[in-house]
Design a protein around this ligand. Structure first.
Ligand code: GDP
Ligand code: MG
Length: 663
């Protein structure tokens, strides 16, 4: 048997979690809206012919954002055989807004009430049988995060069985007068040859939705317009709000019939925590403390302890010792020894050495996200951003960008205003991503005794740069305009799932190690060659190498920022390929402990600032180009980032002088 099943639902309702549970896949589960911006498919476990499609989350079928257009386009044009509507049962009323619209498409549908564990805690009771009767579709309660929930398998079986069965009941959603108008429109459209999804199109025509392009003969359009105007006159409202208002009335009626609210009242535990955590005054200091603690644990404490061992023993003695012993025993050529020891082991070792810190950091960030705290941060940031005319939606790409800038940039698709979206694409990579972490840890370790202040300052530097840029850019004509609206419900807190967080951290670590083994190895070999050979291609002292020549050309430019040495400049340039290269290159150019005496801490911090904020790696730059879809805007974004980074580095270096030598 073959079938196409689409998962549709509001953002953050658990679609990707259900998708992963049913397909055994590993889509990214995020605790905020907008994580799935592209659709993704997979076969149901045990049913190779049944394909499930994970669609981006949407609040309604009147699309405003690119991801809503993706989802609606798929449902309307590609016609899956069955829709599984994932509903966040703890936010039933709001989610039903989409459900009633999905019912209009006329595709068989199964409704999965997810997050039943959360509902149980609140004490509310949902009558599934009643709900199924009202909506005219099978209803299943599930808890998608519980992999052992047997109801998930039942849900899949039911969805498969629904292929070719009746679609849900959509008639009777609106008042009798509106329904009568819709029936007339449906008749006219049918005569004009519109065969599929008649009710969906009738509603859209009634709403005068401009996105719907049906080629109706002009006399039919005129007649429909007359029907709409008559109805508007009778109900004394415009057609679009008639539909919205009556839809909400219908949902209120369903809620009344099917849900028994826990009337004990009072605040839930989540509400109590939120009172403190999202407090007007305390929210930011708490956030700062939390992030400081996260960086303290990952960079200064656990991570540093592991990293010291990896750096000093593993890559400092054990591996070089073993490798040089081996090379001596097989009697290799001098240059090959140097390539392996001074090039690959020094460069890649410098990068890989930070793996433990990175693992711990991503574990902590994943746990914070999973328990629901990061969603609060988006909420707090929205409050702050709004004061400056920015949208809190810009903050979600930033959060995603702490893992990797590429998905961060892609997450900007949730922002509907083109000006806000461009601004977010331009500023998202100011956040320290996983590849920048080794740079942060290197500087903090070599110059600041592994203090957690340096890494957490890097995080807040990213946030501050985004806010400052946002405020500044908003003043220009190019980016002016109202901030996009941002709605998200705050998920209830729960204990972070250790397994999930370990998996996220593990995936990051593996992809980091893979890059170190391939891309970064290649880059360090090139750096080793360019730093050990002159233009005559004969071995040369570092100072007269090709690399020194290149670096010296650009070095004076960075003197105002304190790090005008050719080595630092070259490292920054190689960072444009991949940010880890900054560390790999430093590893080759400053052997052993020589880095610590090569710059003042003040210059080192300015160097860090520059590398955190300047143009990101090629992968992220091409993501920028793809999302901007314009050479002009891409050039603007990258130019802006470099200029901003340069200015910030100079300012930090100069301020450092005022506040006396250190930072
Ligand atoms: P999507 O945006 O619809 O794809 O939602 P995700 O699958 O990314 O899930 C959003 C958040 O809800 C994640 O933090 C999930 O771990 C969480 N989640 C998903 N299903 C459940 C559930 O049944 N119960 C609880 N408590 N949390 C869930
Ligand atoms: Mg998703």
């Amino acid at each position: 048997m073959e079938a196409k099943i689409a998962l549709a639902g509001n953002p953050n309702s658990g679609k990707t979690t259900v998708f992963n549970a049913l397909t055994g896949g590993r889509g990214h589960v995020g605790n905020w809206p907008g994580v799935t911006v592209e659709k993704k498919d997979g076969a149901v476990k045990g049913h190779p012919g049944i394909i499930i499609e994970d669609l981006p989350g949407i609040y309604s079928l009147s699309p405003y954002t690119p991801e809503e257009i993706v989802s609606r386009g798929y449902l309307i044009n590609e016609k899956p055989d069955v829709i599984i509507n994932i509903v966040d049962a703890s936010n039933l009323e709001r989610n039903l807004y989409l459900t009633t619209q999905l019912a209009e498409i006329g595709i068989p549908m199964v409704i999965a009430l997810n997050m039943t564990d959360v509902v149980e805690k609140t004490g509310d009771v949902i009558d599934y049988g009643k709900l199924s009767e009202e909506l005219g579709a099978p209803v299943f309660g599930i808890c998608a995060v519980n992999g052992r929930d047997l109801r998930l398998a039942l849900l899949a079986d039911k969805a498969i069985e629904m292929k070719g069965k009746n679609p849900p009941k959509a008639e009777g959603c609106f008042s009798e007068k509106t329904e009568a108008a819709l029936r007339k429109i449906m008749d006219l459209a049918a005569k004009a040859g519109i065969a599929e999804s008649p009710r969906f199109y009738a509603v859209k025509l009634f709403e005068r939705d401009k996105e719907i392009k049906l080629s109706l003969p002009p006399e039919v359009s005129e007649e429909i317009e007359k029907i709409i105007q008559a109805c508007e006159k009778e109900l004394d409202d415009d057609s679009e709000s008639i539909i919205t208002v009556e839809r909400y009335d219908r949902i209120a009626e369903i809620m009344k019939k099917c849900v028994k609210l826990n009337d004990a009242g009072g605040l839930s535990a989540s509400d109590k925590i939120d009172r403190v955590v999202t407090h007007r005054v305390l929210a930011l200091p708490i956030f700062a403390l939390v992030m400081f603690f996260v960086y303290f644990v990952s960079i200064s404490a656990v991570g540093a302890w592991l990293t010291d061992w990896v750096n000093d023993s593993l890559f400092g003695e054990i591996i070089p010792g073993a490798v040089s012993g081996f090379l001596a025993s097989v009697n290799t050529a001098e240059w090959l020894n140097s390539l392996i020891l001074d090039g690959i082991v020094a460069g890649v070792g410098a990068v890989l050495g930070f793996l433990p810190q990175m693992f711990v950091l991503f574990f902590c960030l994943a746990a914070l996200e999973d328990c629901g705290y990061m969603a609060r941060i988006a909420f707090i940031m929205d409050r702050i951003f709004r004061k400056f005319g920015l949208s809190g939606k810009s903050f979600i790409p930033m959060l995603v960008g702490t893992g990797c800038g590429v998905p961060g940039i892609m997450a900007s698709r949730t922002i509907e205003s083109p000006a806000d979206r461009r601004m977010t694409i331009t500023t998202t990579t100011f956040m320290p991503c996983s590849a920048k972490l080794p740079i942060i840890a290197l500087i903090s370790g070599a110059f600041f005794g592994d203090s957690a202040l340096v890494p957490s300052s890097a995080y807040f530097l990213g946030v501050a740069s985004i806010i400052i840029s946002g405020v500044a850019l908003k003043q220009t004509r190019l980016f002016a305009g109202e901030a996009s609206p941002f709605i998200m419900e705050l998920p209830a807190y729960h204990m972070p799932r250790i397994g999930g967080a370990l998996r996220v951290a593990g995936e990051r670590a593996v992809s980091f190690a893979k890059r170190a083994g391939t891309f970064i190895t290649l880059a360090t070999v090139i750096v080793w060659f360019l730093s050990g050979y002159g233009f005559d291609l004969k071995p040369a002292e570092v100072d007269s190498s090709i690399l020194a020549f290149i670096g010296r050309g650009a070095a004076p430019l960075f003197r105002p920022a304190g790090f005008g040495s050719w080595q630092a400049v070259v490292a920054s340039i190689t960072g444009l390929m991949a940010k880890e290269n900054v560390v790999g290159t430093m590893g080759v150019l400053y052997p052993g402990d020589s880095l610590a005496s090569a710059m003042t801490p003040r210059a080192a911090y300015a160097f860090l600032v520059f590398n955190l904020l300047c143009a990101p790696c090629v992968a992220a730059m091409s993501a920028i180009a793809k999302e901007m879809n314009s050479k002009k805007w891409t050039a603007f974004a990258i130019g802006y980032q470099c200029a901003f980074a340069y200015a910030a580095a100079v300012i930090v270096y100069r301020l450092g002088a005022i506040f006396g030598g250190g930072i």
